[in-house]
Design a protein around this ligand. Structure first.
Ligand SMILES: *Cc1c(COP(=O)(O)O)cnc(C)c1O
Length: 388
């Protein structure tokens, strides 16, 4: 197949004030990394989530990098992070000179397995001088970085209990769960600081961009400082530490503001997509959908099925091939990071659940603007593939 797929995996829905706000950028000459939409994007996101502070960044990866720095993660630290996730959070851990300790997924939620984290603290860590260290290596545990994958939040309460007991900050990567909830609390408000990405295929997009969200005023101030080249005196151009150019442009923020105005509608659309898939092909033998915990309201960023090769009659990759022939774009999950050549040698707690999900899962077309007829076509193609 050449060219764009007939039914893509996930494309933006620009159905609100996007064009108007972009035009406003051009008309006011505010197109670069200062401008009213940047402030408005931050303020509106903070209000939407009920957070005290929000700091816009040039990408989600930049947000993760700076969140790790302001949360006090130091070179040589270990950071507990989900193994089954897009690679950006693990890379950001390396950027600050720390190393990831990968944690397997929980089979019930596909999120970081909190029991493994608990066991790790109980059996392999001890307190030394007010810090929690890995007994064997003597290395400090710098943070826990749960990644809410595919729209579903992590089981935050027991994780936070552990983090508090052991004096370790929690950095939530809520990129994929933005708009979702945990026991009524908004995703991105579950840990001490959260990171968001507004890349093109996320639930809401700013073209490219990210945000740091926290209630901690000192961390927010330092994040703003570090993302803007650590300027101590703008008039004399004096910088008091090594900063970064991680600023978002007014053009990106304009798009972000327009998308954020429609966040509720976008999440509702994603939930409708997930519900329709379950109605149409939830009963197909050998297919099962990603579960939603009783305490969770998933944002359903990507509707994802598990394919049982025996019961379904073919494996997830063969099904992907059959759907591709019909112009339907799907995607397996990410290679678990404890297997990634990029992170060779990193330690892992468990790993088999993530590996199993990786081999069996397939994310289905999940654009917020997908037509009902397209959802029907995807399910017909799945059923047809099974029947050969
Ligand atoms: C997309 C994504 C990122 C990376 O964001 P960028 O804006 O592309 O740098 C980080 N974390 C998660 C969970 C993501 O899905």
């Amino acid at each position: 197949m050449t060219g764009a797929p007939r039914i893509p995996l996930c494309i933006p829905l620009l159905a609100g004030n996007e064009a108007r706000y972009l035009n406003e950028c051009v008309e006011t000459n505010f197109v670069s990394s200062v401008g009213p939409f940047v402030d408005r994007f931050e303020t509106t996101m903070a209000e939407t989530l009920g957070a005290r502070h929000a700091v816009a960044t040039s990408s989600g990866t930049a947000a993760l990098h700076v969140a790790l720095l302001v949360a006090g993660v130091r070179p040589g630290d270990l950071v507990l992070v989900s193994s089954l996730t897009f690679i950006a959070p693990a890379n950001a851990i390396r950027y600050v000179g720390a190393d990831p300790m990968f944690v397997d997924a929980d089979a019930a939620t596909w999120q970081i397995d909190v029991n493994l984290v608990s066991q790790f603290f109980a059996t392999r860590c001890e307190r030394r001088g007010g810090e929690t260290v890995d007994k064997k290596s003597g290395r400090r545990i710098g943070a826990i970085l749960p990644v809410d994958i595919l729209g579903h939040p992590v089981d935050a309460d027991p994780l936070l209990d552990l983090a508090r007991t052991h004096g370790v900050p929690v950095i939530e990567d809520a990129t994929e769960s933005l708009g979702g909830r945990y026991k009524g609390r908004p995703a991105a408000m579950l840990g001490d600081i959260a990171c968001l990405s507004f890349n093109g295929n996320k639930l809401m997009t700013s073209g490219g961009g990210g945000m740091i969200v926290t209630d901690n005023a000192d961390w927010a101030r330092r994040a703003r400082h570090l993302t803007t080249q650590a300027k101590a005196d703008p008039r004399e151009s004096i910088h008091d530490e090594i900063g970064f150019n991680y600023r978002l442009t007014n053009i990106q923020a304009a798009l972000g503001v327009a998308q954020l105005e429609r966040l509720k509608a976008l999440v509702a659309a994603k939930r409708r997509v997930a519900a329709r898939y379950q109605d149409l092909c939830g009963a197909v033998p050998g297919l099962s959908f990603m579960p939603e915990a009783t305490w969770a309201e998933s944002a359903y960023w990507l509707s994802t099925v598990l394919v049982d090769p025996v019961l379904f009659g073919m494996d997830s990759r063969s099904l992907q091939g059959c759907l591709a022939e019909k112009g339907i774009e799907t995607r397996p999950l990410w290679q678990p990071l404890h297997l990634s050549p990029a992170h060779r040698g990193a330690d892992v707690l468990g790993g088999s659940v993530a590996e199993n999900l990786w081999s069996r899962a397939l994310s289905l077309p999940s654009s917020a603007g997908i037509e009902r007829s397209e959802l029907d076509a995807v399910c017909a193609a799945i059923t047809g593939a099974r029947q050969g």
